[in-house]
Write a protein that binds this ligand. Structure first.
Ligand code: AMP
Ligand code: MG
Length: 340
């Protein structure tokens, strides 16, 4: 299964009926899971480079009908990644404030920083999908949006080194109904049921027409769409993981050169190590020199027994007890500064 097989060629006219909704694989369940683990390990290694390099970023746009598996993909595919460096942004119905701006205002604010991976769970595409289907703005307004979207995505690519990968989870209406049944029967999934699930489902043909237009008009060389069969969870997740890996591989990520003179730091390390070693050997020599003879050891035991009567004398004072903690805190503060 190759990542580019899902890519929508720029300027092509998409007819979703021609795209499979159920991923096929001749691999066993175990082999698919093994593949997933392998891709996950590589995703984690690539993410580390992206984060360390701190020059580029990755934006993954996830779209699909209700129950197509957006949440599942985020959980399964992104799981191996370091949460420090990954962010998920969910786009729901816009607030009054958001509606008083242009449709990209709230989206731009969520674009990834350099070094970061951001996943959009729904996105600015809702403004040419749900908005078009429900006629929330006049046609003349949503029609202009494809061009604005392409220009906006180009801005992110060219001005902030963002790589954009857009994924449409293509599910059949039959599979959606099956998933709605599961939501109803499994108490763990009840919370996902929404009033609008069935009314939106009735508008399926309109949504598919809106998706076809969006996929045809906005799959660009700088921000391509991918159509991933989503009826089967395992092949869906593996396909998405491979698409994300492909994008990260193509980014030519490099670990940055160290910002310090490594030879000078190495010399400092050796000095510190020598001081520590000689302090240790002095302590060992001192202990040996003071090693008690049999008779003096017996005397020591007697003294210790007497002293046990007043253990408070040996208890550390508040100040000495707090000293090691204060030292640890100083080290921790310094560490935070270095990593920020
Ligand atoms: P969910 O993803 O199931 O939590 O639902 C979020 C809902 O917000 C979906 O019904 C979306 O269609 C809706 N939504 C997201 N963006 C917009 C938008 N720009 N205008 C109107 N509705 C939106
Ligand atoms: Mg929903």
């Amino acid at each position: 299964m190759k990542a580019d097989k899902f890519r929508v060629k720029p300027s092509s006219k998409v007819n979703l009926n021609k795209f499979a909704t159920r991923g096929k694989s001749d691999q066993s369940k175990e082999a698919l899971l093994a593949d997933m683990l392998e891709v996950g390990a590589e995703l984690a290694a690539l993410q580390l480079k992206l984060y360390a390099e701190d020059k580029q970023s990755l934006l993954v746009v996830l779209q699909g009908m209700d129950a197509a598996g957006k949440d599942g993909v985020i959980r399964q595919v992104m799981q191996p990644l370091n949460t420090q460096g990954v962010r998920v942004s969910c786009f729901k119905q816009p607030s009054t404030l958001e509606l008083s701006h242009d449709f990209l205002w709230r989206v731009h604010a969520q674009a990834p920083e350099r070094g970061e991976i951001v996943i959009f769970n729904r996105s600015h595409y809702e403004d040419v999908l749900v908005v078009r289907t429900h006629k929330l703005v006049p046609k003349a307004v949503w029609k202009q949006r494809y061009e604005h979207i392409n220009a906006f995505e180009k801005l992110l690519v060219e001005q902030n080194n963002t790589r954009i990968v857009k994924i449409f989870l293509h599910m059949s209406p039959e599979e959606q109904l099956e998933r709605f049944r599961e939501r109803l029967e499994n108490p763990e999934k009840n919370w996902k049921i929404s009033d609008s699930d069935y009314s939106e489902r009735e508008l399926w043909p309109d949504y598919m027409a809106a998706y076809e237009d969006a996929l045809s008009r906005t799959s660009t060389p700088w921000a391509p769409w991918h159509i991933v069969p989503a009826d089967d969870n395992r092949t869906r997740n593996l396909a998405v993981a491979k698409i994300v890996r492909h994008a990260l591989r193509e980014m030519n990520l490099r670990m940055p050169e160290p910002s310090v003179d490594l030879e000078a730091i190495r010399a400092k390390y050796h000095t510190a190590a020598n001081i520590a070693a000689s302090a240790k050997s002095k302590v060992t020599a001192g202990v040996k020199a003071k090693a008690p003879t049999k008779t003096s050891a017996q005397a020591t035991t007697k003294i210790a027994t007497k002293a046990n009567a007043s253990t408070t004398a040996k208890a550390p004072t508040k100040a000495s007890a707090s000293q090691p903690r204060a030292a640890t805190k100083r080290v921790a503060t310094r560490k935070t500064k270095v990593s920020s």
